[in-house]
Design a protein around this ligand. Structure first.
Ligand SMILES: C=C(C)C(=O)SCCNC(=O)CCNC(=O)[C@H](O)C(C)(C)COP(=O)(O)OP(=O)(O)OC[C@H]1O[C@@H](n2cnc3c(N)ncnc32)[C@H](O)[C@@H]1OP(=O)(O)O
Length: 263
């Protein structure tokens, strides 16, 4: 992968095998507020990582003070309804949620508004013990516009979402963990390393089967249980058309490590 110079993010590869794509939001003076340029760069970095066959997972992080304090309020303060509607404002943020490769958010500090929504677009969220999640849009006369009334409700339920989005209250990393938004909490200075280690563990598996598995889990958020179970069965059947399924099962029977080829 060509590691290009980006303006608002740092992009690189991490992990002992250099197989983890790493995106660090880098507007520290604005608490990583998600300006249009920053989110376009995140999309571009994900495009690059997806095209790179060596990359197995992507870690997205900020700094110790802020994962991201939300969409850039200064940039949108004068937006009109007509402009937002015509340009489908914020719709391109979905690139993160559409990543074929697994995405892991490593969250320290503020994850507010669009920052919280960005974390929720990732497949797995790890948090530092100083992380604070919130949807404060109501305090500035707006509502969440990138999944905070939708993804968040599916993850933590109606009552907790309502409380967060109607008051702007922030929650701690521990609360987010106990509510299922975050899978694990670590000391703040360890969370990025732990996210990379998690990516490396995923990277030991077949990239093809990981992608199929991820798509199947995501189907659970898009459809009914019976439809989801049906499509899961088909995804499962499809693994039998791959060399990696054959290799994985043979390796088990032969008591050796599997050598996946991602096909
Ligand atoms: C998707 C949508 C619609 C959205 O996300 S809407 C935005 C939702 N997010 C918010 O409302 C949070 C806004 N930020 C805050 O409330 C406060 O900055 C926090 C996070 C509580 C931190 O407070 P403090 O530690 O006192 O830092 P504070 O001085 O406010 O911020 C530091 C700098 O970052 C800037 N900043 C922080 N959040 C920002 C944001 N969302 N957009 C633009 N700039 C922001 C802030 O203006 C300040 O810049 P400057 O020094 O030029 O004045």
């Amino acid at each position: 992968m060509s590691v290009k110079a980006y303006t608002h993010i740092n992009v690189g590869v991490k992990g002992q095998k250099n197989n983890i794509g790493f995106i660090q939001l880098n507007r520290p003076k604005a608490l990583n507020a998600l300006c249009d340029g920053l989110m376009s760069e995140v999309s571009k970095a994900i495009d690059e990582f997806e095209a790179d066959k060596d990359i197995a997972a992507i870690v997205l992080t900020g700094n110790e003070k802020a994962f991201a304090a939300g969409a850039d309020i200064k940039e949108m303060v004068d937006n009109t309804f007509a402009q937002c509607f015509a340009g489908n404002f914020l719709s391109h943020w979905d690139r993160v949620a559409r990543s074929v490769k697994p995405t892991i958010a490593a969250v320290n500090g503020y994850a507010l508004g669009g920052g919280c929504e960005l974390a929720l677009m990732c497949d797995i969220v790890y948090a530092g013990d100083n992380a604070k999640f919130g949807q404060p849009e109501i305090l500035i006369g707006a509502i969440p516009g990138a999944g905070g009334t939708q993804r968040l409700t599916r993850v933590i339920g109606k009552s907790r979402t309502m409380e967060m989005v109607l008051t702007g209250n922030q929650i701690t990393a521990k609360e987010a963990e106990s509510w299922g938004m975050v899978s694990k909490v670590f000391p703040a200075d360890k969370v990025v390393d732990e996210a990379i280690k998690l990516g490396e563990k995923i990277a030991n598996n077949s990239k093809l089967i990981v992608a199929i598995c991820k798509e199947s889990v995501n189907t659970a958020y898009e459809t009914t249980l019976s439809q989801g179970l049906k499509s899961e069965k088909r995804y499962f059947h499809a693994t039998f058309a791959t060399s990696d399924r054959s290799e994985g099962m043979k390796a088990f029977v032969e008591k050796r490590a599997a050598n996946f080829k991602d096909n």
